[in-house]
Design a protein. Structure first.
Length: 138
């Protein structure tokens, strides 16, 4: 069995943002040479998430509104975590959206349904962040 590791770097200029990283994951799969296996994709930060869903701007806006209702950014003083930083809401949003995705690789590509895409969701941006892509298989 072979393994392959790659890091992606992102700098979201705002506090929150969604990026479709499917092309970058597919590129890593091609680079790996692995034809059958699994790919793990996860942010290497506790205030970001990776998830799979549809690439539709209305849905992305719905996520933003829904998450803001569940874990509003402000007022900052509503959270015990806030002190040095003001990102308690980002930690909660990450917990809701999840840490990572694992997807099947078949014939050297993602084995996805018609509308499935992989997204990076930043909840506390404005600085360099990393995403790990780990691929195993043959």
């Amino acid at each position: 069995m072979k393994s392959y590791r790659k890091e992606l770097h992102f700098m979201i200029p705002s506090r929150r943002g969604i990026i479709n990283i499917t092309p970058k994951v597919r590129e890593a799969i091609r680079e790996s040479g692995i034809r059958e296996g699994l790919v793990l994709v996860n942010p290497m930060h506790i205030t970001a998430s990776v998830f799979i869903n549809d690439d539709e701007s209305g849905l992305h806006r719905d996520y933003e509104l829904w998450l803001e209702k569940l874990a509003p950014e402000k007022p900052y003083e509503q959270y015990h975590h806030n002190g040095y930083e003001d990102n308690a809401d980002a930690h909660l949003k990450r917990t809701i959206m999840g840490r990572e995705v694992v997807a099947a690789i078949t014939n050297g590509d993602l084995d996805f349904g018609t509308w499935e895409q992989i997204f990076y969701f930043e909840f506390d941006g404005k600085r360099d962040k990393r995403v790990l892509i780990k691929i195993i298989g043959e």
